[in-house]
Design a protein around this ligand. Structure first.
Ligand code: B12
Length: 146
């Protein structure tokens, strides 16, 4: 069975790289193939990488607070590029300051993200959800969380 692959990166003019490195390491330790495109990545960079590597998911971080603006049109651009069904995940500090989390979450769901996480989420929680969402079993490459 194929090892599940994810494209991970930091969207837009955003230099915050620490969480990206931690998330990449955590995903790799759990058996995912991680294509880390790093900081200052555009929507097109994510989508191109996902097509080239036949990724199962795109994992977008935005820390600066411009997430909502930067994430607009992401799902539509995936559809246009022929990967409309790809699993989309967003996390980091998605909005400026401390807004009501439920509002932020539903805003990103409306934008087409399957999973949206608040600031400081643990990589363990993100990976548990990802395994469930991608139907990963130990046979498919990602190690079981037990
Ligand atoms: C270090 C830091 C910087 C460094 C970054 C150095 C570097 N190369 O990484 C420098 C000094 C460059 C910087 C600059 C700026 N910063 Co700064 N920075 C921070 C700081 C103090 C820590 C960030 C960090 O490394 N945290 C540790 C990591 C482990 O946590 P994390 O990144 O949040 O990641 C966790 C989760 O979010 C999650 N996660 C990470 N990636 C992903 C991906 C996915 C898909 C998922 C699901 C989850 C996930 O997992 C991680 C583990 O829990 C934060 C404040 C804070 N305490 O968070 C501000 C902060 C992020 N910065 C902020 C701002 C405003 C800026 C500047 C705009 C300031 C300015 N006016 O110039 C600039 C932006 C520059 C740019 N173009 O990016 C704000 C963002 C505000 C907002 N979103 O509301 C913050 C929150 C500070 C604040 N309270 O105002 N910053």
């Amino acid at each position: 069975m194929k090892q599940p692959a994810v494209v991970l990166g930091v969207l837009g003019v955003d230099a915050h790289v620490v969480g990206n490195k931690i998330m990449a390491h955590a995903l790799e330790s759990e058996g995912f193939r991680v294509v880390n495109i790093g900081t200052f990545s555009s929507q097109e960079d994510f989508i191109r990488a996902a097509i080239e590597t036949a990724a199962d998911a795109i994992m977008v971080a935005s820390l600066c607070g411009h997430g909502e603006l930067e994430c607009r049109g992401f799902r539509e651009n995936c559809v246009e590029a022929g990967i409309g069904g790809i699993h989309l995940v967003a996390g980091g500090n998605l909005v400026v300051g401390k807004k009501n989390w439920e509002e932020t979450e539903s805003r990103f769901q409306e934008l087409g993200f399957n999973r949206v996480y608040p600031p400081g989420v643990s990589p363990k929680k993100v990976i548990e959800d990802l395994k469930r969402d991608l139907n990963c079993s130990s046979e498919s490459g990602a190690r079981s969380s037990e």
